[in-house]
Design a protein around this ligand. Structure first.
Ligand code: AMP
Ligand code: ZN
Length: 137
């Protein structure tokens, strides 16, 4: 473990109790204490990575496969009619715990979970500029 003071390191490694839906050598999936909807869970790697950009690539691949499998179990168990996978990186994106995690959020009719953004209006010139800037990376 790289950062022992981190709360998700402690939860993922079982030092702090949690309601665990799934666990293997790399991940723990727990119920979120502030759920957006019933069954809202968090997939947390046992190793500390601050965010997506810090995350080991092979672990990232295993994270999405594990998220898919556990999401399906949650969906079937709770009769969810939709599902959001949400993953925040950085304070400006709403990240509050700086240990990589994925939100697994089952959705139901009229659940008012409020996972949305305000669509803007795309500008063709700006889209071309964005493409040019990304291509340069
Ligand atoms: P984020 O805002 O993407 O960093 O998400 C952090 C999430 O962790 C929030 O949804 C919190 O409700 C959740 N959370 C924080 N502490 C705990 C905890 N001890 N057990 C379960 N969920 C937690
Ligand atoms: Zn951590």
């Amino acid at each position: 473990m790289k950062e022992c003071s981190c709360i998700f390191c402690k939860i993922a490694n079982g030092e702090i109790p949690s309601t665990t839906l799934y666990e293997d050598k790399d991940f723990r999936v727990i119920l979120d204490l502030g759920p957006a909807a019933r069954g809202h869970a968090l997939l947390i790697p046992k190793e500390h990575y601050a965010d997506l950009f810090d995350l080991d690539e092979s672990l990232a691949a295993r994270a999405i496969v594990t998220a898919k499998r556990v999401a399906l179990k949650i969906k079937n168990a709770l009769g969810a009619t939709g599902f959001n996978l949400v993953q925040n990186n950085g304070e400006d994106a709403g990240q509050t715990v700086f240990h990589f995690h994925m939100h697994l959020i089952p959705r139901y009719p009229d659940d008012h979970a409020g996972i949305a953004w305000n669509p803007g209006k795309a500008d063709q010139e700006d889209m071309e500029e964005i493409k040019r800037l990304v291509d340069e990376q």
